[in-house]
Design a protein around this ligand. Structure first.
Ligand code: ATP
Ligand code: MG
Length: 576
């Protein structure tokens, strides 16, 4: 019991942290209390009506008064229901906003280890569970408690003997309902996990639909899908079984109690120790006790569910933000970039980069070469600050880049990455993506696309800059995507430029052209280039050869040709 209370604490502190609209919540609760309390008076009125029935009682005044009470009660009920639902919706909106703001600032590491489907499920489903609890279950629980306490007090006053008989059913219900509720909680938590996993799998497959088709993986996916669906079905059926137990059990207990009360009450009425009105009032109160009790079982299952959901929400909210949310705003122009003894591993004990050191003077072009998987892209990821070095440091001028705010740092770095990623939307939106000033004139956009040799193909689209590129840019060719990525870099006018295989998906004619564009882009900026084709990097000021995460040679093309056997091998294969 203690443990349960303890673990509810995070739930409440999470809810409190959303800045609950208190006035609305209190208003809603008061409204639902009023509704419940008026509900408690109705059996008493009924009793009086039955016991003292006479024609005068049905005067117009009384009918109007009763109707007015009913209408007002319905109104208050409606308002309070709306208020409580609104509180739930507002809390869930704030939770989602909090989570989303957090998610987009989490380090890349988080996304390496958590599937996006699971994360989506946290933001959408788990917050929904919390909402259900707050706007449906919680008010029901409160008004249920009021209703039960009120009804019991009135019943004791009405007839304590019959109340005691009725009470026999209470422990019975608790004994039956507690284990069912706990079971339900377990099932629904599993259900949430399975749903998250299932969402993740579907998303993954739909995202790579071409790979799936090209690999003839329909059968595999069919099987995988069916397994997921069956797991959900199994849990759903288990849930249905528990529900199927709860409902009829409640009904049975209710019936037994009602029959007992009616028989005993009938005897009392016959022996005139009780009036008919009292008996009917008694039965009505009985309903007001039993109904909320049924919903208690639901409340506790929902509480269990919400507890699970909260844990997962908090897991995300507690994850440390990417470092560098705050920091210096530094102009990166005309400063030497110095990578000093940097080592890095994605997973402990599997070093990817080891003791990397080099200097890049302002305006220099530094090229990275080396076998596939040697760690070149990883070096870029460290420069872009997607990850932080495990040891060593990177300096710009004499400032450690850790001290510079991410906003300032990344706004001055242009990164044309290996796979030219794009957002769904138009070419224009992709060019301007993330820029503070979204009202960039067409003239400027055409200028940068021209510099990137992207203007021709964009002009050939009927919608020009407003052409939709499709999800992840699937409607464009690889080379087109790359040139748009280069145009983005032109538009941003970065101080430091990083290009990972920026011309990899171009034919040699376009490569020549884009190479020209790139040379233009590189002018006056410190540039880092990764290229498998050495022809693109022979002019670099320094070529850094990385092999299995270590620098095995630094120098110009000619120096490396002389001193570095593996580089010479690379060069001989390609340049002859
Ligand atoms: N996000 C990641 N999580 C774990 N390991 C990774 C991750 N990204 C890359 N690696 C591993 O790090 C090593 C270096 O990868 P990296 O992408 O830096 O190589 P690369 O030199 O750019 O290769 P290529 O020339 O093929 O692009 C590889 O062994 C790869 O398996
Ligand atoms: Mg790479």
């Amino acid at each position: 019991m203690d443990k349960r209370n303890l673990s509810l604490k995070p739930f409440f502190s999470l809810i409190l942290s959303t800045n609950i609209p208190k006035a609305m919540l209190i208003g809603g609760l008061i409204g639902s209390m009023i509704t419940t309390l008026t509900g408690l008076i109705i059996p008493l009125l009924t009793k009086n009506l039955i016991d003292n029935f006479s024609m005068e009682m049905l005067s117009v005044h009384i009918i109007i008064a009763i109707s007015a009470v009913f209408i007002i009660q319905a109104l208050i009920n409606g308002i309070s229901m709306y208020l409580l639902a609104a509180v739930g919706q507002k809390i869930v909106a704030r939770l989602r906003e909090k989570m989303w703001n957090k998610l987009i600032r989490l380090p890349v590491k988080y996304f390496d280890t958590t599937s996006s489907g699971k994360t989506v499920s946290r933001v959408v489903n788990d917050t929904g569970v919390v909402k259900d609890l707050i706007s449906d279950q919680f008010p029901q629980f409160i008004s249920g408690i009021i209703s039960i306490i009120g009804a019991i007090i009135i019943l004791f006053i009405l007839d304590w003997k019959m109340t005691l008989i009725m009470f026999i059913s209470v422990p019975l219900m608790i004994v039956l309902m507690m284990p069912l509720g706990r079971r339900m909680g377990k099932i629904s938590r599993k259900m949430q996990d399975e749903t998250a996993a299932f969402t993740g799998d579907i998303q993954q497959t739909l995202g790579e639909i071409r790979l799936m088709k090209a690999s003839n993986a329909e059968q595999t996916e069919k099987k995988k899908g069916r397994q997921g669906i069956e797991r959900l079905l199994k849990l759903g059926l288990r849930e249905a079984k528990v529900y199927a137990l709860i409902g009829p059990l409640m009904y049975l207990i209710m019936m037994v109690v009602i029959v007992t009360i009616i028989s005993y009450g009938g005897m009392r009425v016959a022996s005139q120790t009780m009036t008919t009105g009292e008996l009917i009032a008694f039965l009505l109160y009985l309903f007001q006790i039993i109904m909320p009790m049924t919903s208690f079982a639901m409340f506790f299952t929902h509480l269990q569910k919400a507890k699970g959901a909260t844990e997962r929400i908090i897991e995300i909210l507690d994850f440390p933000l990417e470092n560098g949310q705050h920091g210096l705003d530094v102009d990166l122009g005309h400063k030497t970039l110095y990578v000093k003894n940097v080592s890095f591993a994605y997973k402990k004990e599997e070093p990817v980069l080891q003791d990397i050191s080099f200097k890049a003077q302002p305006g220099e072009m530094i090229a990275f070469a080396g076998p596939s998987g040697s760690g070149k892209t990883t070096m870029f990821a460290l420069l872009e600050r997607f990850y932080e070095p495990d040891s060593g440091d990177i300096f710009i001028g004499d400032i450690s880049i850790k001290d510079i705010s991410l906003l300032s740092w990344r706004s001055q770095i242009g990164y044309v990455s290996q796979d030219s990623p794009m957002m769904a939307g138009t070419i224009r939106e992709n060019l301007c993506y993330g820029l503070e000033d979204q009202s960039i004139s067409d003239e400027i956009l055409w200028k940068v696309t021209k510099m990137a040799y992207a203007d021709e193909f964009i002009q050939s689209f009927p919608d020009g800059l407003d052409t939709e590129v499709g999800e992840r840019g699937v409607k464009l060719s690889g080379g087109q995507r790359q040139r748009i990525a280069i145009a983005r870099a032109f538009l941003r006018d970065p101080k430091i430029l990083m290009m990972d295989e920026a011309t990899a998906s171009l034919d040699s004619q376009s490569e020549g052209i884009v190479q020209q564009a790139l040379s233009r882009l590189m002018e006056g900026r410190t540039t880092f280039v990764i290229a498998h084709r050495l022809s693109t990097i022979v002019d670099a000021d320094q070529i850094i050869f990385i092999d299995q995460g270590k620098i095995t040679g630094i120098g110009t093309h000619h120096e490396l040709l002389e001193t570095h056997p593996l580089y010479r091998e690379f060069a001989e294969q390609q340049l002859t």
